[in-house]
Design a protein around this ligand. Structure first.
Ligand code: PMP
Length: 356
């Protein structure tokens, strides 16, 4: 490859010649992409809040975890899971197995490529084809299972457990039971979020989040209970999931959060309230985030935002409510971000409604 511009002709940015709109470059050159995980911005979603009809003094804040290199909050977890497995004796060249709704697998695949591991992931067919393609591109071996209830032998958790037993020396990472999953958010995401919320809004009245494994919500909530006890912890749950209100499970289209049973990491008494959000409202808020804030986020982020707006509406004017933007909308281009898909999946007129 040739360059028409000699390197010497490009002045290095210095404090004096850098445009004020251009952020400072990273302090150091990193050895690999894993060093750019975390330290995500907390964004003040004022245009989205206005579109949702919130008072102008109410602040809706979103922690932009979709900006992690793997496109989701799960990049943080992957580092913690490998560190835990290495402490148990896993060595480069070894095989790790995990059950995932896609994002954990993508994050693990990035870490496995850099750290030199072989990765097998098991995912349900509910997972978007974009996420499956990314897993394969990143070198993971993917097994797909039917979208069946917990306990069914072909449920993705059961299949992953069996795969780990079949492969000699393989380590099952088990994000649904790993305490590292809670710890990483208690020690990194939670402190970052509170520090940023206080800087942006001067207070944090409520933190709203969904639960897949529960790592994100439980870890952040444990930190906030200690460091900001007045902050209310609110569970955002897709309609049909049993986490918010119990009852009979009904399948829904939002990926990554909610379930037909309570995940082991979700300790009782940790949440102060919950909001159930329909698929339509979840996807509507994700589309609104794109239209009003230029943010590409997935359906779980949409669910979080819809629930956060609902909570903010019930709080006094001037309240500050924060939530997590869990993954990138690029994972769903063939699903709810495609108007034709919406028309054939019970979401008629959704894109027109958002454009109006
Ligand atoms: N949103 C998306 C898109 C996810 O993939 C996940 C993880 N399943 C979550 C939210 C929930 O994160 P956690 O597992 O930490 O509860």
């Amino acid at each position: 490859m040739t360059s028409s511009l000699p390197l010497a002709a490009r002045p290095a940015p210095t404090e004096s010649n850098r445009s004020p709109d251009v952020p400072a470059p990273p302090a150091a050159v990193g050895p690999n992409v894993l060093g750019s995980i975390g330290r995500t911005p907390l964004l003040d979603l004022g245009r989205l809040a206005a579109r949702a009809g919130l008072p102008s003094t109410t602040r809706l804040l979103g922690k932009a975890e979709q900006l992690n290199p793997g496109g989701s909050v799960k990049d943080r977890l992957a580092q913690a899971l490998f560190a835990e497995a290495e402490a148990r004796g896993l060595r480069p060249g070894g095989t790790v197995v995990e059950a995932t709704s896609g994002n954990t697998g993508i994050s693990l695949a990035i870490a496995a490529a850099v750290r030199g591991y072989r990765l097998e992931v098991v995912a349900s067919r509910k997972v978007s084809s974009e996420k499956i393609r990314l897993l394969e591109v990143l070198g993971a071996h993917v097994t797909l299972t039917p979208d069946v209830p917990h306990g069914d032998p072909s449920h993705y958790l059961e299949v992953a457990r069996r795969r780990a037993e079949e492969i000699p020396g393989a380590v099952y990472l088990d994000q649904f039971r790993s305490l590292a999953n809670v710890k990483v958010h208690e020690e990194s995401t939670g402190p970052e979020l509170l520090h940023q919320a206080l800087e942006l809004g001067g207070r944090l009245d409520a933190f709203v989040c969904g639960v897949g494994t529960g790592g994100t919500l439980v870890g952040i909530a444990r930190f906030l209970r200690r460091a900001s006890p007045a902050t209310r912890i609110v569970l955002a749950d897709p309609e049909g999931s049993v986490l918010a209100h119990g009852g009979a499970f009904r399948s829904y289209r939002v990926e990554g959060i909610g379930d037909d049973s309570i995940p082991p990491l979700l300790t009782p008494g940790l949440v102060d309230g919950s909001v159930s959000v329909s698929d339509r409202d979840s996807f509507r808020f994700a589309l609104l985030a794109a239209r009003t804030e230029g943010l590409l986020v997935g359906g779980s982020s949409g669910c979080h935002l819809a629930a956060a707006a609902e909570i903010a509406r019930d709080l006094p004017k001037g309240a500050v409510v924060a939530t997590i933007l869990s993954d990138t909308g690029r994972n769903y281009l063939s699903k709810f971000l495609d108007p034709a898909w919406c028309e054939t999946h019970g979401l008629e007129g959704l894109h027109e409604e958002v454009r109006a």
